[in-house]
Design a protein around this ligand. Structure first.
Ligand SMILES: [Mg+2]
Length: 260
């Protein structure tokens, strides 16, 4: 087996499930740090900034910092900076607006550019203003990620994909770009942030259609965990074949220890 030094880690269903830390997850991260391995925790959820996520995960016992987290919101800020965009009307929480500002993108209701992130403080006034910007149609329109719903303990709540659909009904416009998963952009920026080499990198996740498919598309090692969305039956009936499958992170850790 190839020596693995870089890890792209899915968050929900891999390290945590809702508010619950999954078996072996904290030990796994601690040991990666001890072994000097590089990793990045990936999430499409853009309701928190990377700082917000780092705080949330530290409170759950994960010994990580902001540099270990990559959200679709951060990917969106990086994308806008690359496009030399200086301001936008951003639907987002205050911590996310601060993160955009740190990339030189100012929140401005007068901007011709529209950015959707997972704004859990969304209201009719914001949606109406966003629709008016799209009706004028003179700027760029970027949405952080395409997920329609976000799983919560007792079901699902609308996510950015639903906001996109609402604005499409109202204006006929769709985003010019969506930087979050499953876009190639998200993963190539994640690889750059880690300075990773493909042959030494693994993606670890619970979803065949996104995490594992991405691993295969990028030519990196793909590791499926059965702690989230995918059951053994799903795996057996799928065309998407991960390189390795483990019941949980504890088992993967035992495997990596033996490879040292
Ligand atoms: Mg997942």
């Amino acid at each position: 087996m190839r020596r693995l030094n870089y890890f792209l880690l899915d968050l929900d269903g891999t390290l945590i499930l809702g508010n619950r830390v999954l078996e072996g997850a904290v030990e796994f991260i601690s040991e990666l740090l001890q072994m000097g391995k590089k990793f990045l925790i990936l999430t499409n959820n853009s309701s928190r900034s990377t700082l917000g996520y780092a705080r949330f995960l530290r409170a759950k016992g994960f010994p990580i910092t902001t540099k270990h987290v990559f959200t679709s919101g951060k990917a969106t800020a990086i994308y806008l900076k690359e496009k030399k965009i200086k301001d936008a009307y951003i639907l987002g929480t205050s911590s996310v607006l601060r993160e955009f500002l740190s990339y030189g993108i100012k929140y401005s209701p007068r901007s011709a550019n529209l950015v959707l992130t997972y704004d859990t403080t969304l209201n009719f006034g914001k949606i109406s203003h966003a629709a008016r910007i799209l009706q004028r149609g003179t700027g760029i329109y970027v949405a952080s990620h395409p997920d329609n719903v976000c799983p919560v303990e007792d079901g699902f709540v609308p996510d950015v994909g639903s906001f996109i659909a609402l604005l499409k009904e109202a204006t006929g416009k769709e985003p010019d770009f969506i930087p979050g998963k499953p876009s190639q952009y998200f993963f190539s920026r994640a690889m750059e942030i880690m300075g990773a080499r493909e042959e030494e990198t693994a993606i670890i996740g619970d979803r065949l259609s996104t995490d594992i498919k991405t691993g295969i598309d990028f030519g990196i090692t793909s590791i499926l965990l059965l702690t989230g969305e995918t059951s053994l039956e799903d795996l057996r009936s799928s065309q998407i074949r991960p390189d390795m499958v483990f019941r949980n992170l504890r088992e993967l850790l035992a495997y990596l220890r033996n490879k040292k």
